[in-house]
Design a protein around this ligand. Structure first.
Ligand SMILES: *Cc1c(COP(=O)(O)O)cnc(C)c1O
Length: 374
C-alpha cells in the first residue's frame, strides 16, 4: 500500500482563473472603492440571491459575525437551545451575546438537533432554537418550527454546510427566521473569508444592515451598537468568480461520493452518512461512521492510519462543544443528556472530498481504511 506523496487534505478551495479575478481587480482599481457596498458587493449580493433563491440576503465579512448579528437582530437573550455537534462558532456566538447555550442531543441518523428532545429544555428564559444543518443534512425543520410556534421562540439555522441545499424543492434558508451561510475557503462556495444571512422578513433588512455597519444611519446618526460585519470588495470579487464554478465542482464531488459509496458499501461496521429523501446534497462533506465493535477498529485507529499514509481526514466534530472547558460545567453539558452526540463525535470521520481527486486516489484512500480488515 502506497503513501501519498503530498498530503491529501479534506478539501481544497475552488480557485478561479487568476485572469478572471484580475478583471474584477481592474474594476476595483478603477473605482478606488474597497468596501462599504461597492459594485462588487452589489453584484455578488444580487448573484447570490438569484442563485440560492433568497428573498433577502445580507453579505458579511465572515459567517461567525453574520451569526452574531442574526442573534442581535432578533434581540435574543436568556437561553438558546442548540446542538453540541457542530463547529465552535455556533455556540461561541451565543456566549458572545451573553446567552446561555442549552445543549440538546442529536438525532442518531441525521446528527442534527433531535426535535423530540427540545421541549424538555424549554424554560421561561428560552428565546430561540439554533439548529445546524450539519454536513448539509437538513434539520427536522417542520417539527422545530412547530415547537417554536407553540412556545413563541425564534428559529435560527447555521447553514454553513448547506449552500444550495433544497428540501422537497424549497431552498433551505426558507425555513426558520434567519439562516447563516459561511463563505470560508473550506466551504464549497467561498469568498476567501465571508458569509451571509438569508431571511424571509424584509423588515429585518434595515436593522441587519445597521448592525453590520456600526449602527450608522447617516453621517451624524448612530442609532444602535453595531459591529463591523461588512464584506469588502476584494472578497466580493472573489465570490463573483467562484460562483460560476460551483455547479461543476458539485457534479465532480457527486461522482466521487458515488465512488466512495460503492467501495465502502457492504463493509461491516462502516456506515455512510446520507442526506434524507427529498434533499439536494450540498456536496460539502463526505462522512462515514466507524462502529468500533463491528468494524474491529475505532474511528481514531482509522484516522491515525490515514494520517500515516498522508491522508488528512478530519474528525468533525470531535470534541463536542459541550466538552470544551468553557461550557462543560453547564448542566445541559452532562453526558447523560448527550448520548447520541457523544457517539457521533467518537465515530464520524470526514474523508477528502474535492473535485480534483481521481479514481485511483479514492480507491487508495479506501484501501487504507480497510487495510486492517484484510
Ligand atoms: C465554517 C463554519 C462556521 C464559521 O464560519 P466562518 O465563515 O468561518 O466564520 C460556523 N458554523 C459551522 C457549522 C461552520 O462549519
Amino acid at each position: 500500500m502506497k503513501q501519498f506523496d503530498s498530503p491529501i487534505m479534506v478539501t481544497r478551495p475552488l480557485m478561479p482563473k487568476l485572469d478572471h479575478y484580475k478583471a474584477n481587480l481592474e474594476e476595483i482599481w478603477e473605482s478606488q472603492w474597497l468596501s462599504n457596498g461597492g459594485a462588487q458587493h452589489v453584484g455578488l449580493e444580487k448573484a447570490l440571491k438569484d442563485y440560492i433563491i433568497a428573498p433577502n440576503l445580507s453579505l458579511f465579512n465572515n459567517g461567525t459575525i453574520a451569526l452574531m448579528t442574526a442573534i442581535q437582530s432578533l434581540r435574543l437573550q436568556g437561553e438558546v437551545i442548540t446542538t453540541p455537534f457542530t463547529f465552535p462558532a455556533t455556540t461561541h456566538v451565543l456566549a458572545w451575546n451573553d446567552i446561555t447555550p442549552v445543549f440538546c442531543d442529536i438525532d442518531p441518523v441525521r446528527l442534527t438537533i433531535d426535535p423530540t428532545k427540545i421541549e424538555r429544555h424549554i424554560t421561561a428564559k428560552t428565546t430561540a432554537i439554533l439548529g445546524v444543518h450539519v454536513y448539509g443534512i437538513p434539520c427536522h425543520v417542520e417539527e422545530i418550527q412547530n415547537i417554536a410556534d407553540r412556545h413563541g421562540l425564534k428559529v435560527i439555522y447555521d447553514a454553513a454546510h448547506a449552500f444550495t441545499t433544497t428540501l422537497n424543492g424549497v431552498p433551505i434558508a426558507d425555513f426558520g427566521d434567519i439562516s447563516m451561510f459561511s463563505f470560508h475557503p473550506t466551504k464549497l462556495f467561498h469568498t476567501g473569508e465571508g458569509g451571509a444571512l438569508v431571511y424571509n422578513d424584509t423588515n429585518l433588512k434595515q436593522r441587519i444592515e445597521y448592525l453590520k455597519n456600526f449602527g450608522i444611519k447617516s453621517e451624524e446618526e448612530v442609532i444602535l451598537p453595531g459591529i463591523n460585519g461588512k464584506m469588502g470588495e476584494l472578497q466580493a470579487a472573489m465570490g463573483l468568480n467562484v460562483l460560476p464554478l460551483v455547479r461543476s465542482e458539485q457534479a465532480k464531488r457527486s461522482k466521487i461520493r458515488s465512488l466512495y459509496s460503492e467501495l465502502l458499501s457492504d463493509i461491516e461496521g462502516i456506515t455512510i452518512l446520507k442526506v434524507p429523501e427529498g434533499t439536494t446534497n450540498s456536496e460539502q462533506y463526505f462522512c462515514i461512521r466507524v462502529h468500533q465493535h463491528s468494524f474491529g477498529e475505532s474511528r481514531d485507529d482509522v484516522y491515525g492510519r490515514l494520517r500515516l499514509y498522508n491522508v488528512m481526514a478530519r474528525k468533525y466534530f470531535y470534541p463536542l462543544i459541550s466538552d470544551y472547558p468553557c461550557y462543560s460545567s453547564l448542566s445541559s453539558a452532562r453526558s447523560e443528556n448527550l448520548q447520541e452526540a457523544k457517539s457521533a463525535a467518537a465515530e464520524v470521520l470526514c474523508l477528502p472530498l474535492y473535485g480534483a481527486l481521481v479514481y485511483s486516489d479514492i480507491s487508495q484512500i479506501v484501501e487504507i481504511i480497510l487495510s486492517k480488515k484484510k
